[in-house]
Design a binder for this molecule. Structure first.
Ligand code: ZN
Length: 108
């Protein structure tokens, strides 16, 4: 399936990850994973930031189709914040960040 010409669709703005009334975007948005695997690294980073911006500000122009995707990313960010990752920040690998399971360290 191909994307429709986003620029011609009602309500489109260039920051939207998935565009209303585009058959391809709407099909991705209906997937259980909301099309997250389709995002390349740059688009994923943009989606992550957009999810944070949307939840922390009065960011307008959110399409109906991208809302579930942004909601899922936001929910993950909220969980990550409880682990020390600031909202809107993609947790990248660093030596001393993360909760790696170490069987030898667990005592019961
Ligand atoms: Zn599209």
């Amino acid at each position: 399936m191909m994307h429709d010409n986003h620029e011609t669709l009602s309500g489109w703005n260039p920051l939207q990850l998935l565009v209303d009334s585009c058959d391809e975007c709407e099909a991705r948005g209906r997937l259980d994973d909301h099309g997250i695997p389709y995002l390349d690294a740059e688009r994923f980073a943009a989606a992550w930031q957009r999810a944070a911006d949307w939840n922390r500000t009065d960011l307008g122009g959110i399409s109906i189709t991208e809302a579930p995707l942004l909601n899922v990313l936001w929910a993950v960010q909220v969980q990550l914040e409880r682990l020390g990752v600031p909202l809107g920040t993609i947790p990248l690998p660093e030596p001393h960040i993360g909760m790696h399971h170490n069987p030898e360290a667990s005592s019961s």
